[in-house]
Structures are given as structure tokens and as C-alpha cells.
Design a protein around this ligand. Structure first.
Ligand SMILES: Nc1ncnc2c1ncn2[C@@H]1O[C@H](COP(=O)(O)OP(=O)(O)OP(=O)(O)O)[C@@H](O)[C@H]1O
Ligand SMILES: [Mg+2]
Length: 241
């Protein structure tokens, strides 16, 4: 019994003393972080605070992290970026499948993100939002235990972004990966995530559990309180006038 219980409670991501410097300038300064399996986490912070650097380290894309840096992440990790990074010379379905085989899975993933019927389209024929949907489908097909996303909706218009929020939350519910979503948008963080981290001066300066039911409404006064706390931590004061 005990090992099973341990497995269930073991964090998906475990980071201890993660440090990263560029040319002598410390960007991540001894980060400690545990992300339990299945948790949806958003990472906020000023531009240049090191969000992408941390995400790249967790993704295993950065081999120059130092310090006592012990980092454990699951085997199946998918990463989604601000631009879809679809290969323009491959059709949508082939982009989704990239090396994984299993055409049926690819088709199912495209259907899940609302792109059924677009399997044979070229990436250049997709809108920005559709391309990001395809990128999500590509990440899903790998059945990730951990989904890392670096401002995946940053380049989308406001309406498309709201639709993508609902989609991401649905996909998370269906597949239950742990999620680390980098964003600079406080509203995006509080409407999507169950836990919001703030990166500040190389450390996790704030670690906030957002204990509200989904789907969330911006009109929820408690969300407003979280919003104000996060904006204050970012040094943004709202002008009431
Ligand atoms: N390869 C690199 N070489 C030198 N400096 C780097 C490199 N990558 C990141 N940095 C520096 O590390 C700091 C953190 O960068 P990072 O991209 O992680 O910030 P960020 O929080 O993701 O910012 P943004 O919100 O603008 O995307 C920045 O000052 C950046 O210039
Ligand atoms: Mg970044």
C-alpha cells in the first residue's frame, strides 16, 4: 500500500536550488518548487524576470542550470510556445503526428481542439488561433504528464484568447496533466490556474492558491481580491479614477 500512496502524492515536478546565470548575472537564484501531479499552475512575473528561463529548465532544454539544482520532471513533457512552431511544409495532421505515428490519435486530438476537417490543411492556411489549436493537439498526442506553455495565447486577439482559455481548461480536465503556464496576464492566470506563482528577483516571491470553482467568472468578487494582490505584487496600482 505505502508505495502506491507515495506515488500518488509524489510531486510531478520537484526543483531544489535551481540557479541560472547569464554572463555573471543571476536570473534564477536558488528556486525551490514542487508541482503535484495534475495541478494547474500559472507563472507570472515582469518581463525579464526569468519565466521562460525557468520553463526551459523544467523542459530539460537548458543544460546550463547550476547550483545545487536538482530537478525532477516526468518523462512525457510537452511544450507549447507563443507561436505554434508548426512546420510549414507539413500538413496539419503530419505536424500533429511528428514522429509519433498513430494517425487515429492525431485525428482525435485535432477533433478535440475543434480542427476536425482541417487535417490536410497547410499551416499557412490556418489563423493564429487555429495554429495554436494545432499546437495544442500536437502536445496532446504525446499524452503528456506535464504540459509546459510559454505565453501560448500571447499573440491572439482578446476574443480568441478567451475561447482558448475555455479549451485549455477542458483539455486539462479530460487529460489531467500537470500544467505550468507562463503568462504576463494576471486575469489569464487567475481564471485558469489553481495556483499562481510570481517570479521576482530570481525567486518565487508569491505562491497563491486560487480556491474558486470552474468555470470562473471575472465578476466573482473573490477573484477580484486575488487580482489586486497579484497586481500589487507586480507593483501595479490601479487608478480608481
Ligand atoms: N540565452 C541567453 N543569453 C543571455 N541572457 C539571457 C538568455 N536567455 C535569457 N536571458 C536573460 O535572462 C533574463 C530572463 O529572461 P527570460 O526570457 O526568462 O524572461 P521572461 O520572464 O520570460 O520575460 P518575458 O516576459 O519578456 O518573456 C533576461 O534578462 C534575459 O535577457
Ligand atoms: Mg518569456
Amino acid at each position: 500500500m505505502a508505495p502506491h500512496t507515495e506515488q500518488l502524492t509524489r510531486p510531478a515536478v520537484r526543483i531544489r536550488g535551481l540557479t541560472r546565470s547569464f554572463e555573471g548575472r543571476t536570473v534564477l537564484d536558488g528556486i525551490d518548487l514542487d508541482i503535484p501531479a495534475g495541478q494547474f499552475v500559472a507563472l507570472l512575473g515582469h518581463s525579464g524576470s526569468g519565466k521562460s528561463t525557468l520553463l526551459r529548465a523544467v523542459a530539460g532544454l537548458d543544460h546550463n542550470v547550476t547550483g545545487s539544482g536538482r530537478l525532477t520532471a516526468p518523462e512525457r513533457v510537452s511544450v507549447v510556445f507563443q507561436d505554434s512552431r508548426l512546420l510549414p511544409w507539413r500538413r496539419v495532421l503530419d505536424n500533429v503526428l511528428l514522429g509519433t505515428g498513430g494517425e487515429e490519435k492525431g485525428r482525435a486530438a485535432l477533433a478535440e481542439v475543434g480542427l476536425k476537417g482541417r487535417e490536410r490543411a497547410w499551416p499557412g492556411e490556418l489563423s493564429g488561433g487555429e495554429a495554436q489549436r494545432a499546437a495544442l493537439a500536437r502536445s496532446l498526442v504525446r499524452e503528456p504528464e506535464l504540459l509546459l506553455a510559454d505565453e501560448p495565447f500571447g499573440a491572439l486577439d482578446a476574443l480568441t484568447r478567451i475561447r482558448m482559455h475555455a479549451l485549455l481548461r477542458e483539455l486539462w480536465k479530460a487529460h489531467q496533466p500537470s500544467v505550468l503556464l507562463v503568462t504576463h496576464d494576471v486575469d489569464e492566470a487567475i481564471v485558469l490556474a489553481d495556483r499562481v506563482l510570481m517570479l521576482d528577483q530570481g525567486r518565487i516571491g508569491l505562491d497563491l492558491t486560487i480556491d474558486r470553482p470552474h468555470p470562473r467568472s471575472y465578476r466573482d468578487p473573490l477573484l477580484g481580491e486575488y487580482r489586486e494582490r497579484l497586481l500589487a505584487a507586480l507593483g501595479v496600482t490601479e487608478d480608481a479614477s
